[in-house]
Design a protein around this ligand. Sequence first.
Ligand code: PLP
Ligand code: COI
Length: 362
Amino acid sequence: SRTSLPNFTIEPTTTPTDAATREALLAKPVFGRVFTDHMVVVRYSDEKGWHDAKVTARRPLSIDPAASVLHYAQEIFEGMKAYRLETGGIATFRPEANARRFRDSAARMAMADLPEELFVEAVDQLVRIDADWVPHGEGQSLYLRPFMISDDVFLGVKPASEYLFIVIACPVGAYFSGGAVSVWVSEAYTRAAPGGTGAAKCGGNYAASLVAQSEAKAHGCDQVLFLDSRERRFIEEMGGMNVMLLRDDDTLVTPPLTGTILPGITRASILTLAAESGMKVEEVPLDINEVFEGAASGRYREAFACGTAAVVTPIGRFRRTEGEAVFGDGKTSGQVTLKLKTMLTDLQAGRSNDAQGWVHRI
Ligand code: PLP
Ligand code: COI
């Protein structure tokens, strides 16, 4: 029935990567290039609900050329990580928050509703079978990519009646090569409009951001910052991470969740941890002109990007046609940024007390 969760069939690969090869790959993992031996696949049809749950050898999918995802892009994904705990064992961080957001993304894209327990169980299964792929190094982890695609063989434009939910994993190190990043403020492009898909983690949002990311690169920047689409005045977020600033009254500020930005789990976690540590936090609209003036006057002292892949990455400068807003020396992390990063990563690695019950041991 729809309410009972399918049991997972486990079919371990018959050609596992040998230990020496795996250890060599884990020594210096590049984000998103190396993958583990297994994947999880669960099927959905309107008739059967979620069924045929499998942990199986990672392999190419067989997709009909008329599969609806290839034409109308019903695709959503999540990004999360499994960490080695200082005390031994492996854990993910707030997986139920990713499961919840996945359901919200699915609802926005008129896709099948995936029960949160099934999402968490699928991720746990993959981490368990590929546990040897979780790297040991500082700042390293196993990046998990749960995603869903529509799989109807039909070119009519309507919500599909069949879906695949898949989880793959790759060992990763830092997303950025180190130091503070430079960020191009896009003037030509916006990411999301009110009523659009900005708050959903759907592939289309990323497809639409790539030309702006290329524009950022062309201006010598690492990342792009999007402004609101109505006035092109308020900071929204970057291509793949949320943005926070530190004001000179020791207040941590970040744009509010107005429906056009992704509700980051790192963002939410940092807001909680900062407030608990006694910092003032505000979710307020941030006018880009005020931020440029404030960086010059010292009103804004630090800036950073936050997200699963980026963790906490200092922003050295925002750049636009009329000039630059530089934070600190433009190269290294501000002190508060560093403190917040340490608070978050200590918790994720089991080095500090998990008061909220965010660490999910596998
Ligand atoms: N904003 C965008 C566009 C993202 O892709 C991400 C990364 O997942 C985030 C924000 C941060 O979200 P989270 O902290 O849940 O990883
Ligand atoms: C993540 O952090 O999980 C993202 O989706 C962002 C992207 C840079 C991979």
